[in-house]
Write a protein that binds this ligand. Structure first.
Ligand code: GLC
Length: 725
């Protein structure tokens, strides 16, 4: 090791000598960041280095004041800056920290608008900067493998291509504010059940085609500065210190130069953490309550003795510190460059939250064009459902946000209606532990609906609260759902209300699909609102009353019933004896439903509009490097402005391995005035046609015919063309 240091000094002195030689006096050469890091590392003691690679409080790592290196400060979460935890584990409820509560990941992705991804990241980054955070612990991008995963809301989609496009803007938006994004949870953290112990088993092709691409895009296209290792194991080894996933795939193959931060308590072994890629250990539970002795972490003092005894090389520690310092320089935590100020709870942030929410809402069904409602024709409106008046932001687990305010659907509806319209509210069901059917509340709700000109029922999941986490009928971290049925007797409520008022609008809130087979056929209008954030109620009301033309599209398949979902039909969930086999392999979501011809309730990419769109003239031409240029014209053939997400799917007509019936490989959202049309031109690189050959361990293009399909959803294909590659 001495050799290494000497060698380094030789370089540095030659460089300096060169300077002195040509200028006579050593000018201050603008050293590169790497050279600055080199010199910091040579000045740091081993103890100082080790203090930087593990937590010294709930959300910070150690400083080296002597060298001007501050603590590194982190905060949740993916859709808003979490309440202030300070150095402890009980966050402050003080209003001074109430923040902008953005729509959750699934809602952002439902916009299919990468530009809004950037806007989202910019807001989150500005608020994190303002709150003095150096790292914001988001985006969460785990694949929505099962409808039961308690954290689906926090993620984006079942499709890796959509994730790859939506994650990039988010990361750049955050990082342009001098805050590091932290893409998570790497990887295959697709269930909360046994999340700390389960080992995920999947084929290499499944890894490469489904579970890795979102993270690869975050690193290569998004330039993400940090990444969070997942709790679970992968092929028997903990993800957070994983020789294949982190050393080989992430740092070698993908060239990730940032820092791998463990999930809180995800480090289990000192030597593995040191050798297999953990750069920062956070949240290890030493069961010492708030008074944790952080030096006892796996990557704490033990490391000092391991280096001093020669068991491990100090170069391992240097690389970790280098990665942290690299991010600190990039975000102006050190280096002396002026740092962005950030901003908090501004009107612009709240306007962005509304815009994203408006574009996130998905119109699933609209029989007889029941929607939009014409508010000038209404005298009284019934609003039903506990979710109509419930604030959701504070729930969900670590992604919780204490919102500056949160407009509930009921408040949103009251706000957009004219003064003279009477609004009657009926809760319809109770959100309490194991609550069942409440016949009194159902009767009250039916009464309200019967006597109203319009009736809007807001149902769905709720963002779990700590006290309710154990009752796993909620969208929350650390628990999965028991099934896909709506809890609290909501099915009975919906049926009772539809019986007396069949024109009731059903609005579903939540992070993913519900089993609606008990009432869907009786409902004329159904809206999926996700968790649309602090302005969600406003957005829902503006869609219902036509001030906004909905343009959201589903980012995950809504199965009719749980057993139709591939993870449950052919895969394993939640696994047994702490192993879960992803037997469905690449057949995740619509890849399964379309290939195996299983009818979904609502398909991936589905979302209706108040206007209509015509697809014309799909053309395919060959481009460079075996790419294909697809052009298609989309026209607004209705009477009002609207936005359409044109989706491009690819199918390999004949292949030596089983390939999905279609795979999303391009999309574009276009905003069109009535009668207006736009020619969309998308280049499908050769990657769009390849599959991962796990024998050759490389991506392979098998020559032959391919179909390219342009559609309004995975099941609403408007035009198809074939091309020979
Ligand atoms: C949690 C979550 C992770 C979060 C971290 C810090 O357990 O899994 O997403 O960022 O711990 O709260």
């Amino acid at each position: 090791m001495i050799r290494k240091h000497v060698f380094k000094w030789v370089i540095v002195s030659v460089v300096m000598a060169g300077f002195v030689g040509c200028t006579g006096t050593p000018e201050k050469k603008t050293l590169s960041v790497e050279q600055k890091i080199d010199s910091l590392l040579t000045e740091m003691t081993l103890e100082e280095k080790v203090t930087m690679i593990h937590a010294n409080a709930s959300f910070t790592t150690g400083a080296v004041p002597r060298l001007g290196i501050p603590e590194w400060t982190m905060s949740d979460g993916p859709h808003g800056v979490r309440k202030e935890h300070g150095r402890g584990w009980v966050g402050s409820e003080s209003p001074e920290y109430f923040a902008t509560y953005l729509p959750v990941g699934v809602s952002l992705a439902s916009t299919w608008n990468p530009e809004l991804g950037y806007t989202f990241g910019q807001v989150l980054g500005e608020e994190a900067r303002y709150r003095g955070k150096d790292v914001i612990l988001g985006p969460g991008i785990n694949i929505l493998r099962t409808p039961l995963n308690g954290r689906n809301f926090e993620y984006m989609s079942e499709d890796p291509y959509l994730i790859s496009k939506m994650v990039v803007g988010y990361i750049k938006g955050v990082q342009d504010q001098n805050v590091a994004a932290c893409v998570k949870h790497y990887l295959a953290n697709n269930q909360e059940t046994d999340r700390n112990t389960v080992s995920v088993e999947m084929s290499e092709r499944t890894l490469r085609e489904i579970y890795l691409p979102g993270f690869a895009a975050a690193v290569k296209d998004g330039g993400v500065y940090t990444l969070m290792g997942a709790y679970n194991k992968f092929r028997g080894q903990y993800c957070t210190h994983h020789e294949y996933l982190i050393n080989k795939v992430l740092k070698d193959e993908l060239g990730f130069e940032g820092a791998v931060i463990s999930d809180w308590g995800a480090v289990h072994n000192t030597l593995e953490a040191l050798k297999f890629g953990t750069d920062v250990e956070m949240g290890t539970d030493l069961s010492q309550g708030d008074k944790k002795d952080y030096t006892k972490f796996f990557m704490g003092d033990t490391v000092i003795s391991l280096v001093k005894s020669g068991t491990i090389s100090e170069s391992l520690i240097n690389d970790k510190v280098r990665r942290i310092l690299r991010v600190m320089y990039k975000t102006n935590v050190i280096g002396g460059e002026k740092r962005m100020e950030g901003s908090f709870n501004t009107p612009e942030h709240q306007a962005a939250a509304l815009k994203i929410a408006e574009e996130a809402i998905v119109l699933l069904k609209n029989e007889g064009n029941l929607l939009p409602l014409n508010k000038s024709m209404l005298k009284n409106v019934a609003v039903i459902g506990a979710n109509a008046s419930r604030k959701q932001g504070g729930g969900g687990g670590s992604s919780q946000v204490n919102a500056k305010y949160e407009i509930t659907p009921l408040q949103g509806i009251e706000k957009v209606l004219f003064e003279n319209v009477e609004v009657t509210y009926a809760e319809g069901y109770e959100v309490t532990r194991n609550a069942k059917i409440n016949t009194d509340k159902i009767k009250e709700a039916a009464e309200a609906a019967k006597n109203a000109d319009a009736s809007i029922l807001v149902c769905g999941w709720v963002h779990g609260y700590t006290d309710l986490w154990n009752d796993n009928a909620y969208d929350a971290e650390s628990v999965d759902k028991p099934n896909m049925f709506l809890p609290f007797g909501q099915d009975e409520l919906i049926n009772a209300v539809l019986k007396v008022n069949p024109n009731t609008i059903i609005v579903i809130m939540g992070g993913g699909p519900v089993d609606m087979t008990r009432w869907e056929s009786k409902a004329k209008a159904i809206v999926f609102a996700g968790y649309p954030g602090m302005e969600g109620g406003t957005a829902i009301a503006r869609v219902i009353f036509g001030d906004v033309n909905p343009s959201g599209k589903l980012t995950m398949t809504f199965p009719k019933r749980l057993e139709d979902s591939p993870a449950h039909a052919i895969g394993e969930y939640p696994g047994k004896d702490n192993v879960v086999y992803y037997n469905e392999g690449i057949m995740v979501g619509y890849r399964y439903f379309d290939t195996k011809k299983v009818e979904p309730q609502f398909p991936f990419g589905h979302g209706l509009s108040y206007t209509t769109f015509l697809y014309e003239n799909l053309q395919l031409t060959k481009g460079d490097n075996q790419s294909v240029i697809a052009t298609v014209t989309v026209r607004n053939t209705g009477s009002r402005p609207g936005a359409e997400v044109m989706q491009l799917y690819v199918k390999d007509v004949e292949s030596s391995v089983e390939r999905p019936d279609k795979e999303l490989k391009g999309f574009q959202k276009v905003f069109l005035q009535p009668g207006e049309s736009k020619d969309i031109i998308l280049t499908l690189s050769v990657d769009a046609f390849r599959f991962f050959d796990e024998k050759k361990m490389e991506w392979v293009l098998e020559p032959g015919k391919f179909q390219v399909m342009a559609g309004s959803s995975s099941r609403d294909i408007r035009l198809t063309k074939e091309i020979e590659l």
